[in-house]
Design a protein around this ligand. Structure first.
Ligand SMILES: [Zn+2]
Length: 245
C-alpha cells in the first residue's frame, strides 16, 4: 500500500542496487494505463463510435468475407484494407471495429471521415488559422493505423485532390497500415488513388456486395438513421445496416 503516494520504496536489503530507489505502486501503474487509454481514445476520433465493434456487427451473407478480412486485419494490421460496398452495408461499422479492437489492445488508431478531413485541412490552411496545418496533416500522414472512412469521388478542388494524393502516396510508399471505405468502385475513383488501392502488393480489396444477397439473414434490420445518399447500384436487396451512428 502506498497510501496514495503512487510510489513504493523497494523492500530490499542495503546491499541491493535497488536499495533506496522507488517504484510505481500498482495503483499508479493502473492510473498511467488508464490515462494512456483515455488519451488513445480521445485522439482516435473513435469515442463516438465505441459501440461499433466486431461483437456488435451482425454478419449477413454479403458481409461474411469482409468481416473475416477486417478481423484478420485488426489482429495484425499490415498494408491496406479497402472495404467497398453501397451505403448501409456496414463498411463504417467494420472499419470502426478494427480501430476499436486496436484501441482495446492499447494500440493507436486514427479514424477520419474523408470529407471531414479535407474540411479540417482546408480550414487549418486558411490564413490566420490557429490550427497548425502541418501538425494536422503530419499526424494523419504518419498515423500508425489510419482509417479513412467514406472516400468519395466528389473531391471538389484540385487542392483537395492533391492533398489526398500526397496522403495516399506517403502511406503507400511507407506501407503504413491503412483502412479505406468507399461507396465507389475503383473505376469510379480512378487515377492515382485507385492505382494504389488496387496494388495487390500492398492492398487487399473486399466488396460487400448486397446484390449477392439471396437468402435469409438473421438480424436483418432496416436503416435507423444516418444520412442516406443515393445508392450507386440500381438494386440493393441486401440487408441494410446503418452505416453511421
Ligand atoms: Zn498505491
Amino acid at each position: 500500500m502506498c497510501g496514495d503516494a503512487g510510489y513504493l520504496r523497494q523492500d530490499v536489503t542495503i546491499d541491493d542496487p535497488r536499495f533506496g530507489t522507488i517504484s510505481p505502486c500498482s495503483c499508479k501503474v493502473r492510473e498511467i494505463a488508464d490515462r494512456r487509454m483515455r488519451a488513445l481514445v480521445e485522439r482516435s476520433n473513435l469515442s463516438a463510435l465505441a459501440g461499433m465493434t466486431f461483437d456488435t456487427f451482425m454478419v449477413g451473407a454479403p458481409q461474411r468475407n469482409a468481416f473475416t478480412r477486417a478481423q484478420q486485419f485488426a489482429e495484425s494490421p499490415d498494408g491496406w484494407l479497402v472495404i467497398m460496398g453501397g451505403y448501409g452495408t456496414g463498411k463504417t461499422h467494420l472499419a470502426a471495429a478494427i480501430g476499436n479492437q486496436r484501441l482495446a489492445a492499447t494500440e493507436p488508431a486514427l479514424f477520419m471521415v474523408v470529407p471531414d478531413l479535407l474540411d479540417h485541412l482546408r480550414s487549418a490552411y486558411a490564413p490566420g488559422s490557429e490550427l497548425g496545418y502541418d501538425d494536422l496533416f503530419e499526424g494523419v500522414r504518419q498515423a500508425p493505423l489510419l482509417i479513412l472512412d467514406d472516400l468519395g469521388t466528389q473531391i471538389s478542388t484540385q487542392w483537395a485532390a492533391e492533398k489526398l494524393y500526397q496522403l495516399f502516396n506517403h502511406r503507400y510508399i511507407f506501407r503504413l497500415p491503412t483502412v479505406i471505405t468507399t461507396n465507389n468502385s475503383l473505376d469510379e475513383i480512378g487515377g492515382r488513388l485507385a492505382s494504389r488501392m488496387s496494388d495487390p502488393q500492398i492492398s487487399k480489396c473486399v466488396t460487400i456486395d448486397a446484390d449477392d444477397f439471396r437468402g435469409a439473414v438473421s438480424g436483418a434490420r432496416e436503416p435507423t438513421g444516418g444520412n442516406p445518399r443515393p445508392y450507386k447500384r440500381r438494386s440493393n436487396r441486401g440487408v441494410e445496416f446503418t452505416d453511421r451512428p
